[in-house]
Ligand binder design. Structure first.
Ligand code: GDP
Ligand code: MG
Length: 552
């Protein structure tokens, strides 16, 4: 395929502004998928994505588009919108020459619109602003165009107004992709932007070709390790794998070349031909773990199975970091690092859904650096305002420096509800700062609950301890004996709640009559028990811990 007729582009947007819907329309128009109801959001392949209506992993599709009597190859890379997954966004962007920046015609510019714009801007990509949902009654595309001009310095004439839902002006979007986004360059040079492990075929590397061509049987080298491989299989992603003989500059596809471990096809690495060495591509910022949590099998006999599930899942999500860990109460497990709380929840959900694993997750913590006692003389402030910028008369963008532990669990949810959904939020790392912190433990009838041990700011210890005890009391069902719920700093108890005794008897309702009903109830109770965690002789529902940590 001639290089001058290939375009690599990506769609970026704040969450819910319509990326997936637009991607579906583009796939339909170009005939990559049939137009049926069941084909909604085809790029969202994972079950967790469909259930939560979010995109977690970037997906790729190659589209063939007729324009001025010529066939063009348009490679579309869909990107996640949530703050936790901006790593996936930056990685998709580095495989492109241009982006469609979607902005909702009613909501206007939001936090992730700004964050995603800068990712594309810094990568020097062509940015095509697209105003979506113009079919909405309260759409105000004029106002959004003004915002785009003011905040991004893009002339408002460059905006395309569309309705992804109805398909209005979607064809124009493809025309502008062809006209405005530059084609790709002649030495084979490809960026690895994703890699997965397949049990039968080994490592499958998703690559974007920045120049030249590569064919089956070619000898290629990975710049990072300097190792050579022979290409066994390659092909396009539309979005499923379509094997071909050759991939050309500008194409996005997959390659299988006898790599046995994912680290041989590191994300951000460059591949080139053995006989034509080139300089490595700049790659991109590695993902940085912001939230850490311990993960243990519900039952130690499941350790090996869980380890294999965690390893497999990590092959598909290289932004998770892992370290072995063990605890007296919970046995052998791991300490995992995630990009945010949603990322952590999605990872757990995928473990359960895709690998049928049952795990205990400890309270998430954020990274702290321990410093000598004298340096703590410095009093830390909790949030410091950095700057403020008016997007228009109605909207303002404010930057703060926050301690990460203050925003990690539920800040986003609270901000949304306080502002009736109007405020939006994005974050980046601002480095470490000294703070006055202490470790707080929680006890059930005197036994420490490892999952909940946490680090808190000294000024917040009493209120946090009390609140968590109260929420624990609500989350733990009454049992046949009384339970004392306590918060402690060292040996000092700072808060206490009591869960009164209660006798639960599932069969009491049956009046001894129906046997099948009795069996059903017993089965249900047994299933309920599977999701419990025993602390001493106390049964705690598995999801109690995450619920306890989320403030109301
Ligand atoms: P994403 O999070 O950016 O991928 O957004 P989605 O494509 O999942 O869309 C979010 C919601 O907006 C869904 O309920 C869509 O049906 C809806 N939506 C997307 N495009 C349009 C549009 O042009 N008009 C209207 N009215 N709704 C839209
Ligand atoms: Mg989506």
């Amino acid at each position: 395929f001639p290089v001058e007729r290939i375009r690599n582009f990506s769609i970026i947007a704040h969450i819910d502004h319509g990326k997936s819907t637009l991607a579906d329309r583009l796939l339909e128009i170009t005939g990559a998928i049939a137009k049926t109801a069941s084909n909604k959001q085809v790029l969202d392949k994972l079950q967790v994505e469909r259930e939560r209506g979010i995109t977690v992993k970037a997906q790729t599709a190659s589209l063939f588009y007729q324009h001025d009597g010529q066939t063009y190859l348009l490679n579309l890379i869909d990107t996640p919108g949530h703050v936790d997954f901006s790593y996936e966004v930056s990685r998709s962007i580095s495989a492109c020459q241009g982006v469609l920046l979607i902005v909702d015609a009613n909501q206007g510019i939001q936090a992730q619109t700004v964050a995603n714009f800068y990712l594309a801007f810094e990568a020097q990509l062509t940015i095509i602003p697209v105003i979506n949902k113009i079919d909405l009654k309260n759409a105000d595309p004029e106002r959004v165009e003004k915002q785009i001009e003011k905040v991004f310095d893009i002339p408002k004439e460059e905006c395309i107004r569309i309705s992804a839902k109805l398909g209005t002006n979607v064809d124009q979007v493809l025309q502008e992709v062809v006209k405005r986004i530059p084609p790709v360059d002649d030495l084979f040079k490809a960026l690895v932007f994703d890699s997965t492990f397949d049990h039968y075929r080994g490592v499958v590397a998703n690559i974007a070709l920045f120049g030249g061509r590569v064919s089956r049987g070619d000898k290629i080298v990975s710049a990072h390790l300097g190792k050579s491989y022979e290409v066994n299989e390659l092909g396009l992603l539309r979005p499923d794998e379509h094997p071909t003989e050759t991939l050309y500059a500008g194409q996005v596809g997959y390659v299988i070349a006898g790599m046995k471990e994912v680290k041989e096809a590191q994300i951000g690495d460059t591949l080139y031909l053995h006989k034509q060495p080139v300089e490595a591509l700049p790659g991109f910022k590695p993902a940085k773990s912001m939230v850490f949590a311990g993960m243990y099998p519900m039952d130690q006999s499941e350790y090996t199975a869980l380890r294999s599930a965690v390893e497999k899942l990590m092959l598909n999500d290289s932004s998770v970091t892992v370290q072995k860990d063990s605890s007296l109460a919970l046995g052998a497990g791991w300490r995992l690092g995630f990009l945010g709380l949603l990322h952590m929840e999605v990872f757990n959900q995928r473990l359960e859904q895709e690998y049928n694993a049952s795990v205990i997750v400890t309270a998430p913590t954020v990274p702290y650096k321990a410093v000598l006692a004298s340096a703590k003389l410095i009093k830390s402030r909790r949030a410091v305002q950095k700057n403020m910028f008016y997007i228009d008369e109605h909207r303002v963008m404010i930057k703060y420096i926050f301690p990460l532990n203050e925003i990690v669990v539920d800040f986003y949810d609270q901000l949304k509800s306080m502002s009736s959904g109007y405020a939006s939020f994005d974050y980046e790392d601002a480095g470490y700062e000294a703070a006055d912190l202490i470790k707080m433990d929680f006890l059930l009838n005197g036994r420490p609950v490892e999952e909940l041990a946490t680090i808190v700011h000294k000024d917040k210890a009493y209120s946090a301890g009390k609140a968590i005890c109260e929420r624990l009391k609500e989350s733990i069902p009454r049992q046949m004996f009384e339970i004392a719920v306590q918060a402690a700093i060292g040996s000092k108890i700072i808060a206490r709640e009591t869960i009164k005794a209660y006798r639960k008897n599932v069969l009491a309702k049956c009046y001894g009559g129906d046997v099948t009903r009795k069996m059903k109830l017993l089965k249900k109770q047994a299933e309920g028990k599977k999701k419990l965690r025993r602390i001493g002789n106390i049964d705690v529902p598995k999801d109690a811990f995450i619920n306890v940590l989320k403030r109301k």
